[in-house]
Design a protein. Structure first.
Length: 209
């Protein structure tokens, strides 16, 4: 059992290190891919959207239909003029908070705000937000699988350690039994069992013989 415990303990340490490294790499990759998707979407919006300022009336965003820009990612878009007043948004848009340039994470959403303009002239701002729920769920499933793999690997190592230790200790147990029988019966004709392999146990059997 001590041999099995040492074997499973070493396996656990190795799997913890390996699983931690793999999990961290996978988590970083998933988040980086998600951030890239959000940033690419914002760059598309910067190229496609514009805020017009008519001589009469309020500023308006063009194109007015923002739905195609949020499918199939179930994202949210809000467009603001230079003064920070909202001039358009996509359907079923969630609250994205006050526009802040750059990337923030708020209310379970990844939100990026960028400027709109032509030829260096600021015309407004666009907010693009996507829920991080599916990303967090994916990362959680990865860590759950890693944890299950670590526990499963440790259990297998424990069972294998017990089996290997039992097989390794069987010849020694046979030698111990034979030696005890000789000590009890005082029968010098009784011979020590011969291990099948000429190793340290075989050398011990020859010495006792």
């Amino acid at each position: 059992w001590r041999i099995a415990a040492v074997s499973s303990g070493l396996t656990l340490v190795i799997l913890l290190v390996f699983g931690g490294v793999i999990g961290q790499i996978a988590t970083t990759r998933i988040r980086d891919d998600f951030n890239s998707e959000v940033h690419n979407a914002v760059e598309i919006l910067q190229r496609e959207l514009r805020v017009n300022y008519p001589l009469v009336g309020k500023p308006e965003v063009q194109p007015r239909q923002l739905g195609p820009y949020v499918l199939p990612d179930d994202a949210s878009i809000r467009v603001y003029d230079r003064a920070g007043e909202e001039v358009g948004h996509s359907e079923h848009t969630r609250g994205l908070g006050e526009p802040q340039r750059g990337i923030i994470e708020e209310n379970g959403m990844q939100i990026e705000t960028a400027v709109l303009g032509t030829e260096g002239v600021l015309t407004g701002y666009v907010q693009y937000g996507r829920s991080t729920e599916h990303v967090d769920d994916t990362i959680a499933r990865i860590w759950l699988l890693i944890a299950a793999g670590i526990l499963g690997g440790t259990l297998v190592a424990s069972l294998a350690g017990v089996a290997i230790a039992a097989r390794a200790m069987r010849p020694i147990a046979q030698l111990t039994t034979s030696a005890r029988e000789i000590a009890e019966t005082r029968d010098p004709s009784h011979q020590m069992p011969r291990p099948p392999v000429e190793d340290e146990v075989g050398e011990l059997a020859d010495t006792l013989e």
